[in-house]
Design a binder for this molecule. Structure first.
Ligand code: C2E
Ligand code: CA
Ligand code: CA
Length: 752
């Protein structure tokens, strides 16, 4: 038999040249000579005798074996005839006895071999039948007297060669069919494997499988090299390049998988000189019948991009893009977390600070949105500097910022400190191109647990406090239920306030002002009160903020001015030369018609009051917020002859140096400094420097809140010009004032 490799393409199909070569090879090896063929031809007839009975006994023999009987039965069931088979077999043996060794006979034998393969007739049966036939021929030779004894051996020899040739070529046919079928199967398997390999190479994931008993890699997909260029490590690929901080996590996950659990773990991987990437590994254990883990299949993929996009989305969802500060959503998150911790730890407090810039809208309106954006960034930057790392600063939207001080022992003290620092952040001007911008800020504070126990309540209360701080022009305020307009009582009050003017429920009280040098009373400050039908006398701190919120402040200011001017005229008529100071809030002062209105009121009801009888008190924050407008309005008042005082001086964040640009007449040092100055050296120093500075700038200085003789003496010593306070007199009604003047130690040089 000629050996061929299974993958030799010639074996796939036996072509014409193949069968020719094969035949030549067989003839060459068997050497069947012409004499031998002649010998065979001589005895052929004799050898053919009884061939019919041989075929019959041959089939009887085949049917006696269950396996061959089975094959024949299937043949018959498929429509084959045994008689036809026997006839074919006889014909075959006759052809063999013809001694023909040409190529067509070889082709025919190879073909028969293929048929045997198709019918599943195994080589052993083929060889068996040849053996039987050889036995039969030997018997014929031995028993036939016509065959000369000296020819018997030669005849047997040529028959054996022919039988070899016949059987060999048939088996070649059989073998070719078998190998070509195997080749087809192999080609199909190789093609499939190629497709699977392509698929695994192109997959962005790496798949692998590990025999955990022997710690041997069973398989790893070709794409592994794309991810980990280093040699595959066992049993966890890429472990060597896993970030040292993450290795333990991956190792623990593997151990978990060894216990039979499916695990997913993400870790950083960094190859030499490459950026850090994130990988997800999935370990999928396989158990044997006893429940032991025998194999772990793994999947690994690069999650850097999806992780980055998740992080980007998270950042977008939690960050204010303008300032890069946390946004409202993240702030609420942290706030709730801080409250949960504080509730658990019982003695902990949480402080919430809200701040909102004054008149920020005007920056946008006058300088454009890029200016507004730039200022907000600068504000964020300054605020960052005054906070600790554990505090959260967020931009809630617009010009509103929030600060969370989690986990503090004394919320009030901590918040007050921060609020003061924040105020200091706004002392220096902000810059946009060449524009110098002074910004005011309102700060409201609420504290857990004192002002509420959930984020929403604390937020709205800090908001109330913030509006209070803005309206009262104080730097910051803690939430105070007393002034919360949202309580039921407050809501009722604000509705009553709407009718207070029509019902003529407001009254002015007057607090005397004394000139220290002469000891004479030189004027009064008009202070409003609301004579409520059920609540009695209500003080301005309790309703002025409402009036500002509801737009009622302008008519009230008009009423105050009209009443004060009328009163002043009445005193004048009675011979009392008194000046009257009127408080004007930001809202009213910023009304463009304010100066015109005042001018009209001075000459109202048939008589005119000299403008120098009137002083307007405004807080410094009003000016800071709208410096342009403020300077213009003060200039016009000055031209008119009305003087302007800066009230509550020292509580805001302006500097005297800055105020010097404004044509004001006097400053009123806030009572908080004056009231304590005899006990607190700091306050005394502050008052002294305020007086000196104001005098250097040419302003008069008034001290309010003088509650005792010591303060009065000290102020006198420090060179203060005027004083006002309970020590001289509480604010008085007009009638009370008339009485007071007549009997007081501070004369006005005339009676009224
Ligand atoms: P302000 O302008 O600082 O007025 C001085 C406040 O200090 C007055 O309170 C006065 O009663 C109080 N005061 C005077 N002397 C002393 C003292 O020796 N010790 C202490 N502790 N306090 C003293 P009042 O009348 O309750 O007014 C509170 C605030 O309400 C005023 O502060 C002013 O900002 C505002 N206000 C009062 N009247 C008017 C008004 O007609 N219009 C406007 N827009 N605001 C007004
Ligand atoms: Ca005042
Ligand atoms: Ca004041």
């Amino acid at each position: 038999m000629i050996r061929r490799h299974a993958n030799d393409p010639k074996t796939a199909a036996m072509n014409a040249s193949g069968s020719r070569e094969m035949n030549e090879a067989f003839n060459l090896f068997l050497r069947i000579s012409e004499q031998e063929k002649a010998l065979l031809a001589q005895y052929r007839r004799i050898l053919e005798t009884d061939s019919g009975s041989f075929v019959e006994s041959f089939y009887a023999y085949l049917l006696a074996f269950p396996i061959t009987a089975n094959v024949l039965q299937h043949y018959q069931e498929a429509g084959g005839e045994l008689s036809w088979l026997a006839a074919t077999q006889s014909a075959h043996f006759q052809t063999l006895l013809s001694g023909c060794t040409d190529e067509p006979s070889a082709v025919q034998l190879i073909h028969i071999g293929r048929i045997h393969f198709q019918y599943n007739i195994e080589p052993v049966w083929i060889m068996g039948s040849y053996r039987l036939y050889l036995d039969h021929l030997r018997q014929v030779i031995a028993n036939q007297p016509h065959i000369a004894p000296d020819k018997q051996y030669a005849l047997e020899s040529v028959l054996i060669k022919l039988l070899f040739r016949d059987m060999g070529l048939m088996l070649e046919g059989y073998w070719h069919s078998a190998t070509s079928l195997a080749q087809v199967e192999q080609n199909r398997a190789e093609k499939l494997q190629g497709q699977v390999n392509d698929l695994l190479t192109n997959l962005p994931q790496v798949l692998w499988s590990v025999d955990v008993k022997n710690n041997q890699l069973i398989y790893i997909s070709p794409g592994a090299r794309n991810i980990c260029t280093r040699d595959t490590e066992m049993p966890i690929p890429c472990m060597g390049w896993t970030h040292p901080d993450d290795r333990e996590t991956v190792r623990l996950a593997w151990e978990e998988a060894l216990l039979g659990n499916r695990v997913e773990v993400e870790s950083r991987v960094q190859a030499d000189g490459e950026p850090t990437r994130w990988f997800r590994r999935v370990f999928h254990p396989f158990l044997n019948d006893e429940g032991g883990v025998v194999r772990i299949d793994g999947l690994m993929d690069d999650t850097t991009e999806s992780r980055e996009s998740v992080e980007r989305l998270h950042l977008l969802a939690t960050t204010d893009s303008l300032t890069t500060l946390p946004n409202r959503a993240l702030f609420y998150d942290r706030f709730n977390q801080a409250l949960t911790v504080a509730k658990r730890e019982r003695n902990k407090q949480v402080a919430l600070i809200l701040l909102d810039m004054d008149h920020f809208k005007e920056i946008n309106d006058t300088l454009g949105h890029p200016a507004g954006d730039e200022i907000l960034r600068q504000v964020a930057q300054r605020l960052r500097c005054v906070l600790r790392d554990s505090d959260t600063l967020a931009r809630l939207g617009g010009d509103e910022f929030a600060i969370l001080l989690p986990d503090v022992q004394d919320g009030k003290a901590a918040a007050e400190k921060v609020a003061k620092n924040i105020r200091d952040c706004f002392v220096e001007p902000f810059w946009f191109l060449k524009n110098e911008l002074y910004l005011g800020v309102g700060i409201g504070i609420s504290i857990y647990p004192e002002h509420g126990d959930n984020a929403d309540v604390l937020m709205s209360r800090a908001d109330v406090a913030m509006y209070g701080a803005k309206h009262r022009d104080v730097g910051f305020l803690f939430y105070d239920p007393e002034t919360d307009p949202h309580t039921q009582e407050r809501l009722q009050l604000s509705s009553d306030l709407r009718h207070a003017l029509e019902r003529d429920e407001f009254v002015l009280y007057y607090q005397p002002k004394i000139d220290i040098r002469s000891g004479c009373m030189i004027g009064v400050e008009a202070l409003i009160r609301w004579n409520h039908p059920t609540h009695g006398l209500i003080f301005p701190d309790q309703f002025i903020p409402f009036a500002e919120n509801t737009g009622l402040i302008n008519p009230i200011t008009d009423w105050v001015l009209r009443t004060a001017i009328m009163q002043c005229k009445a005193w004048q008529a009675a011979g009392g030369e008194l000046r009257i100071a009127v408080n004007v809030t930001a809202h009213s002062f910023q009304d463009p018609r304010f100066v015109d209105k005042l001018e009209t009121l001075l000459c109202d009801a048939g008589s005119c009051l000299a403008p120098d009888r009137i002083e307007i008190e405004i807080t410094e924050n009003i000016l800071m917020a709208e410096i342009e407008h403020g300077a213009k309005a003060i200039g016009r008042l000055r031209d008119l002859g009305v003087s302007v005082a800066i009230d509550d001086f020292g509580t805001g964040y302006s500097s005297l140096a800055y105020l010097k640009k404004l044509p004001i007449h006097m400053i009123k040092i806030d009572k908080s400094f004056v009231m304590n100055m005899t006990e607190d050296d700091n306050d005394a120093v502050i008052v002294r420097s305020m007086i000196d500075l104001a005098h250097n700038l040419g302003y008069l200085v008034v001290a309010e809140g003088v509650e005792n003789q010591d303060s009065l003496d000290l102020l006198d010593l420090l060179g203060c010009d005027q004083v006002q306070g309970y020590h001289i007199s509480h604010p008085l009604s007009a009638d009370e004032l008339t009485l007071w003047i007549n009997y007081s130690a501070w004369p006005i040089g005339g009676k009224i």
